[in-house]
Design a protein. Sequence first.
Length: 570
Amino acid sequence: MDYKKMDCDVLVIGAGGAGMRAALAASEMGAKVIMVSKSLLGKAHTVMAEGGIAAALGNVDPDDNWQVHFADIIEEGVYLSNWRMAEILAKEAPDRVYELESYGALFDRTPDGRILQRAFGGHSKRRLCHVGDKTGLEMLRTLEDQILHRDVTALDEIYITKLVKKDNAVVGAIGIEMHTGEFILFRAKATILATGGCGRVYKVTSNSWESTGDGIGLAYNAGAILQDMEMIQFHPTGMVYPPGVRGLLVTEGVRGEGGILYNSKGERFMLRYSPEKKELDARDVVARANYNEIIEGRGTPHGGVYLDISYKGAAFIKQKLPGMYQQFLDFAGVDITKEKMEVAPTVHYQMGGVRVDPDTTATNVPGLFAAGEVACGLHGANRLGGNSLADILVFGKRSGEAAAKYASDKKIAEIEDSEVQEEINRVLSYLKPGGVNPYLLVDELTETMSNKVGIVRNGPDLESALQKILELKEEYKKVSVPGGRKYNHGLFTALELGNMLIAAEAIVRSAIMRTESRGAHTRKDYPKKDRNWLKNIILWKEGDTMKMDTVPVPEMPEELKKLVKPEVYQ
Ligand code: FAD
């Protein structure tokens, strides 16, 4: 079958904040860049980010600085973070924010005209630079504006199905143009994965339809190492009704601006769980508190807890949280300037992902880089709100620069036609009537993950989830869909499902292995933190087997150790 060929120095897969920032950086280094995404340009998952970007500017709390931000990341990540990534992020986030401003981002302002910063869970200072509750939209709008004025080829609605390797290095990728069904071979000297997370492996999630873990699957199949996959963040506050919007995010900005959590008895329960930090403790703490209140029978009629900001008054709410005001009015018929919201935990973020070098974002596979939510290391066992938007700017830039540098002395590789035909045949093999319906398997997988690999886990449930996933993997071999190649949603669901199964298997295997409770990973049968588990779990592909092992968390230099509280063991 015929296919198009496109060559570049750097191929960026994904056009969220990480992909766009990487593409800009690589282009500024003089590289010829192609950036592809499976959604429309400007519509990537990043667009949904609400609360803000964490950067220690010290505009509101003058005693904030990179050292305090660094300590917050390490402590709230419960000592699983890669110290070097945390150091880089804390030091470079302010520059990336000012740079975004210089690109035209219109941040909210302090009375004297500086970038305003709000409080957020787990941050010990007011640190979140924001644009109302639409920070992600402003970030993407601004980056897209830059992309369109630079020499970057941005192609949307391209679904990448495989990374291509030669002599053990990634030398490009194969994709399908969704609206024509045409295949494209991208030959690239370096490739950056910026494909976002895998929240869609759960039924109740705040994530966009794109977050199906494609990057996890692509990297894993290309021989890259995954890490910390058991660390799935449950955001404490997602909408609970109507059913169609269950899981949709209620930004932490609501609590940052003073929102208070109550149970059905009218008790401000966070005073019990976290007397000092209350509603603004780290996400894992608040999410577990909400979960406990609900399962112990103190929940709301729709199975949530109450979140109230109405006491702040309509003018304040409409100015600070216009998106939330509209979201509740439109979807639930609730006026949050007068009434309480009902909220419950929702799957929000993958702390784990592709293991990368902290300075360059290079993976263990030459020619392959990873940045943003698909990569891991920075957030350890718990990501602080706002640190992802900082992450995608800081490490997106570094990734683009390192990939361009890597590409500078490489040649475009020759790729055998037979290899491309093999991949085309694999993709087209899903197009036939009579097979197993991929939507049904997606349903079974997401139900299993939400019911058995949730916020509080236990051995028997995890084992049964793994068994189910292995059965679904067998069923997946029989999947097919009717119809042709053009805009066939069923075909893309079939392709995504393969990646979702890899991500889910990695999450569950790692969750079984970590026999302790730390950060986002809570085991009912191992309720305590264990000093022997100051390790990262890694996974990789060997033949058809998912192999796994542990590696010690890299030890930080003495001068950085002095910045953080020593690990406290229970
Ligand atoms: P994404 O923005 O997810 O982009 C992934 C890109 O990869 C997309 O363009 C997609 O089309 C493309 N892609 C995926 N698979 C393929 C494939 N197979 N082929 C081709 N392209 C592909 N974080 C904060 O720091 N602050 C916040 O206030 C905040 N608010 C949030 C609110 C919500 C509702 C949600 C869901 C998340 C929020 N987050 C926030 C988290 C943050 O938005 C994300 O972690 C971050 O935007 C991820 O960016 P990314 O560039 O890594 O990936």
